[in-house]
Design a protein around this ligand. Structure first.
Ligand SMILES: [Fe+2]
Ligand SMILES: [Fe+2]
Length: 243
């Protein structure tokens, strides 16, 4: 009996089985910003082989189920406080620390290799756009949404919860924007293919950009598919308590 089928929602599959993200990444199936749709929709859109994708997903699940401990954390079981800490101290801290460093690397390889590699000037522009957008996005979350969630956890006051919920749509749109730029970066760099004349810095810049993509997709996935539904669930629970 297979664990997953293609009528399931992509985001829900990754929530239930975090390692599914590796399979989706391999097929360029968007699980964070485009997580709220069925797997079959993405398979059809991208003209993928449904049997192959499901087979890979179900085999990986079986392997991991047989080797417990290798699995990633199931964030649905975490407390809201734990999710908030994971996002702020792991994912936001990562971006604040790494984006400036990656920015310096991107400009360095543009100076050295830009004449022979026109894709680097596109990558430079895309990286700086996503960096700028993410900086204001992180600030928005850190000054509005996360404090409101923490206030709510303290006060249990519905006004605090509403404040956190009110900007969900806006944040989701920004996630989609950042996700799209990361996808474009992949396209212009031909999947971060290292050219024959590349130096060490070139290689490490591409490695860093891919690491950032990984971290960002995981971060957006937890916000879109775990945290936001959690907040909406708390709101519903409040409503049914009142009603
Ligand atoms: Fe965030
Ligand atoms: Fe976010």
């Amino acid at each position: 009996m297979n664990k997953f089928n293609s009528s399931q929602n992509i985001g829900e599959i990754v929530v239930e089985f975090p390692k599914a993200a590796d399979v989706f990444k391999a097929y360029k199936i968007d699980f964070c910003c485009g997580g709220n749709r069925s797997l079959i929709t993405a398979i059809k859109e991208q003209e993928l082989d449904e049997t192959e994708v499901l087979d890979r997903l179900n085999k990986l699940y079986k392997n991991i189920a047989e080797n417990p401990g290798a699995n990633d954390k199931d964030w649905r079981e975490a407390s809201t406080e734990e999710i908030v800490e994971q996002i702020l101290y792991k994912h936001h801290a990562y971006l604040w620390a790494e984006m400036p460093k990656i920015g310096r690397l991107v400009i360095t390889i543009l100076k050295v290799h830009g004449a022979n590699h026109p894709e680097l000037s596109k990558a430079h522009r895309l990286f700086n756009t996503v960096k700028t957008e993410l900086e204001s996005h992180l600030v928005k979350e850190e000054t509005i949404q996360y404090p409101a969630i923490r206030e709510y956890l303290d006060s249990n006051d519905e006004a605090d919860l509403d404040k956190a919920i009110k900007i969900i749509d806006e944040l989701k749109e920004e996630h989609a924007g950042a996700g799209n730029i990361m996808k474009e970066l992949r396209i212009v760099t031909d999947d971060y293919k290292i050219p024959a004349d590349a130096c060490m810095t070139f290689e490490s810049t591409y490695a860093k950009l891919q690491e950032m993509e990984d971290d960002l997709f995981q971060h957006i996935h937890i916000e879109n598919n775990v945290l936001f539904p959690r907040l909406l669930g708390l709101k519903n629970a409040k409503r049914s308590n009142v009603g």
